[in-house]
Design a protein around this ligand. Structure first.
Ligand SMILES: [Zn+2]
Length: 236
């Protein structure tokens, strides 16, 4: 099992993970539960508070799809779960609560993106779509560094037999109660490596959003009323 060391700096109400990217111009951040989300504009105020400009944010309207878009403008993007940009004036964003926030940044070029990968997006091939999106732009996959952020881990992500055949059995562990634990992060890691990204540049944050109740929202723990964490990546 691959497990890399992740550098994270805990700020007032977010994690700063920029230093995991070797491109010094990349800024990547992930909000914690302590970020006030009472306003509809929490994503924008979060962006402003950490040094981005809120009007520059790309905001996908997430639908658990496998749609990934290379964006040529900021603002809302309909029916989309992955956004990339090569415009240093824009900031990619996503929101999650258990699903994997997957940060991408090219090592030397200013190309960056964020993908929302829950199990549906994962089995629906959202990482395949990142590949075609990046190859269309003539970008080399092995140049990308990837961080799989805080998300529900195998300790807490269980499925029943009815959806079991959707998952590669190498990442499934049967439990005594008839349920199955699925390791979505390792599944994602493996798939990314198989697709042509460099294994050595894929990092998994071990934080489980379900276990760490004081730090993270969890859809499985809190249901429909659960808040969301916000991931942002852009240029400093
Ligand atoms: Zn857990």
């Amino acid at each position: 099992m691959e497990q890399n060391i992740i550098r994270k700096l805990e700020k007032d109400n977010w994690l700063e993970i920029s230093s995991n990217f070797s491109n010094p111009n990349i800024k990547a951040s992930f909000s914690l539960k302590s970020l006030d989300q009472s306003s509809m504009n929490s994503r924008k105020s979060f962006a402003d508070s950490i040094g981005f400009v809120h009007k520059d944010i790309i905001i996908p309207q997430q639908t658990h799809s496998n749609n990934v878009i290379f964006c040529q403008s900021s603002g809302r993007v309909s029916n989309c779960d992955g956004v990339f940009s090569d415009n240093s004036g824009y900031v990619c964003s996503i929101q999650v609560a258990d699903c994997m926030p997957v940060f991408f940044a090219h090592r030397s070029k200013l190309v960056f993106g964020l993908v929302h990968a829950g199990w549906r997006g994962l089995v629906g091939g959202i990482f395949n779509k990142t590949v075609s999106t990046l190859l269309e732009k003539k970008l080399d996959l092995i140049e990308f560094e990837i961080i799989i952020g805080p998300s529900i881990q195998a300790c807490c992500f269980e499925v029943r037999e009815d959806v079991l055949d959707q998952f590669d059995s190498r990442f499934v562990t049967p439990k005594s109660d008839g349920h199955y634990q699925v390791n979505l992060q390792q599944l994602a890691f493996n798939e990314l490596a198989d697709l042509g990204y460099d294994k050595k540049k894929i990092h998994i944050m071990p934080d489980c959003t379900f276990c760490l109740e004081s730090q993270y929202y969890s859809y499985r723990r809190n249901g429909k009323k659960a808040g969301r964490m916000i991931g942002l990546i852009g240029v400093k």
